[in-house]
Design a protein around this ligand. Structure first.
Ligand code: PMP
Length: 400
C-alpha cells in the first residue's frame, strides 16, 4: 500500500538541501539594509521592507506598547473575540488612505487574497495574469469560478479571452499591481478600459505598491492617476508597513459580505496587537514622509543603471524591485552563492516562483540603504558575474 510520506522531494528542494548553494531557510537577523547571516554581516537585498520601517523606533515603540497593553495575541478570530479597537481604527484609516468605503484587515497578505474566494462563484469567470502571486492563484483555485489565464501583461490576449467569454457570466480581472518578481507594473489604464468594456470587476493586489507607488503612497491607482479604476484592492502590511497583516478595501457592501463569508477571516486568529500598532504607526509615516519613497526609487535607478553598465539584463523594472535575469536555475544558484561570498544576500528566484528556465536574482532596495551599500552590491555582482563568465571582464579569484 502506498505511504503518503513516500513522496520524492521536488528536485528544487533536493538540489537546495545538498552540497550546493543554500539560498533558502537561512537563519538571519536584518535591519537598516544589512543582515547578520549565521554570524556574517552582509548587505540585505532580499527583504521587502521598502521604506525601512520595520525597525523604525516609532514603529517598534508603538508595537512594544501594544504588546504590554494587550498581550501577544487575541487568541481568536475577528468574528468572535479577536477584534480590538485598533483593528477597527486600522481598517477605517486604511479605507480612508486608499479612498475606499471600507476595509478589513487579515492576519497575512496571503490570507487577504484567499479571502476573495467567496466572490468567485460557479457562474463567474476570473481572468488572471500568469505572473500573479501564488496567493491569488490559490484564491481562484479555492473558488468555484471558471479560470482564464492570460499571458503576463498581454492585453491582446486578455481582450481575446474576454471577447470569447460567456456574456452572461459575472467577471473579474485579477492582477498584481506591482509584479513581485520582475518589478514591472500592471497596465492599469488598459486593464481598466477592458474591465469597463466587458462589465468585469478589476481586483488589484497592491502587496508591493501600496505605500511605495504614487505621490501619497496609495499604490498603482494613484500612480496612474486612476483612483476609480480599481474595484477592490488587497494588500499586505508586511512590506512597506514593516509589520505583518493583510487588507482588503472596497465598497462597503462587498467588505461587509466578506466579513461573514471569507474563511481566512472567520476561521483564523486575528492580527496580533503588536503588529496592529506597528502598522498604524507605519501608516502615519507612509503619509508624512514621502521622501522615503523617493529615496527607494533613486537608489533603484542607480542600481539598475550600474547593473546594466556591467552587462546584466535587468528587464523592464523601473521600481525598487530589480531583477537580474539569469535563465538556468543551476547558474542562478551559483551566482547567488558567489554574490553572497562577496557580502550581499539576494533572493534566488527559481520555478515555481517564475517559469522553468527563467530563473533570476531579485534585489529589492530599501529607503535605508546607503550609497555605500549600492557600491558593495555592484562590486559583488561585478566580481561574481566575471568569475562565472556572465559578463565581460577579467575573472578574479574570491578576495583576489
Ligand atoms: N501578494 C503578493 C504580490 C506578494 O508578493 C505577497 C508576499 N510575497 C503576498 C501577496 C502575501 O503577503 P504576506 O507575506 O503578507 O502573506
Amino acid at each position: 500500500m502506498p505511504d503518503i510520506f513516500d513522496k520524492h522531494l521536488p528536485s528544487l528542494a533536493r538540489d537546495m538541501t545538498g552540497e550546493g548553494p543554500r539560498p533558502f531557510y537561512r537563519a538571519m537577523a536584518s535591519g537598516d539594509g544589512e543582515a547578520l547571516v549565521e554570524g556574517v554581516r552582509v548587505v540585505m537585498t532580499a527583504c521587502n521592507d521598502y521604506l525601512g520601517l520595520s525597525g523604525d523606533p516609532r514603529v517598534t515603540a508603538a508595537a512594544a506598547k501594544a504588546l504590554d497593553l494587550y498581550g501577544a495575541s487575541c487568541s481568536g478570530s475577528r468574528l468572535v473575540c479577536g477584534t480590538l479597537p485598533e483593528h477597527e481604527e486600522l481598517e477605517s484609516r486604511l479605507a480612508a488612505f486608499l479612498g475606499c468605503d471600507e476595509a478589513i484587515v487579515t492576519t497575512t497578505g496571503f490570507q487577504a487574497n484567499l479571502a476573495l474566494t467567496p466572490l468567485f462563484g460557479a457562474a463567474d469567470l476570473v481572468f488572471s495574469d500568469m505572473a500573479n502571486h501564488a496567493s491569488l492563484v490559490d484564491a481562484i483555485r479555492l473558488g468555484a469560478a471558471g479560470k482564464r489565464l492570460y499571458r503576463h501583461s498581454d492585453m491582446e490576449h486578455l481582450a481575446a479571452e474576454l471577447s470569447q467569454a460567456d456574456p452572461g457570466a459575472g467577471k473579474a480581472i485579477v492582477t498584481d499591481g506591482l509584479f513581485s518578481m520582475e518589478g514591472d507594473l500592471c497596465r492599469l489604464p488598459e486593464l481598466h478600459a477592458l474591465a469597463r468594456r466587458h462589465g468585469a470587476r478589476l481586483i488589484v493586489d497592491g502587496a508591493h505598491d501600496i505605500g511605495l507607488l504614487g505621490a501619497g503612497g496609495r499604490g498603482v491607482a494613484e500612480h496612474f492617476g486612476l483612483p476609480e479604476a480599481v474595484d477592490l484592492r488587497t494588500g499586505t502590511l508586511s512590506k512597506c508597513f514593516g509589520s505583518i497583516g493583510g487588507v482588503l478595501a472596497g465598497p462597503a457592501d462587498v467588505i461587509g459580505y466578506l466579513r461573514y463569508t471569507a474563511r481566512p477571516v472567520i476561521f483564523s486568529a486575528s492580527m496580533p496587537p503588536a503588529a496592529l500598532a506597528a502598522a498604524l504607526a507605519a501608516l502615519e509615516i507612509i503619509q508624512a514622509e514621502p521622501e522615503r519613497r523617493t529615496r527607494a526609487f533613486e537608489l533603484a535607478a542607480l542600481l539598475n543603471e550600474g547593473l546594466r553598465e556591467l552587462g546584466f539584463d535587468t528587464g523592464e523594472s523601473a521600481t525598487p524591485i530589480v531583477p537580474v535575469h539569469i535563465g538556468d536555475a543551476g547558474l542562478c544558484g551559483r551566482m547567488w552563492q558567489e554574490v553572497l561570498d562577496e557580502g550581499v544576500f539576494t533572493h534566488a528566484v527559481v520555478a515555481p516562483a517564475v517559469p522553468h528556465g527563467q530563473a533570476l536574482i531579485r534585489l529589492s532596495l530599501q529607503a535605508t540603504h546607503t550609497e555605500e551599500h549600492l557600491d558593495r552590491i555592484l562590486d559583488a555582482f561585478a566580481a561574481a558575474g566575471r568569475r562565472l563568465g556572465m559578463i565581460p571582464g577579467p575573472a578574479h579569484a574570491p578576495g583576489g
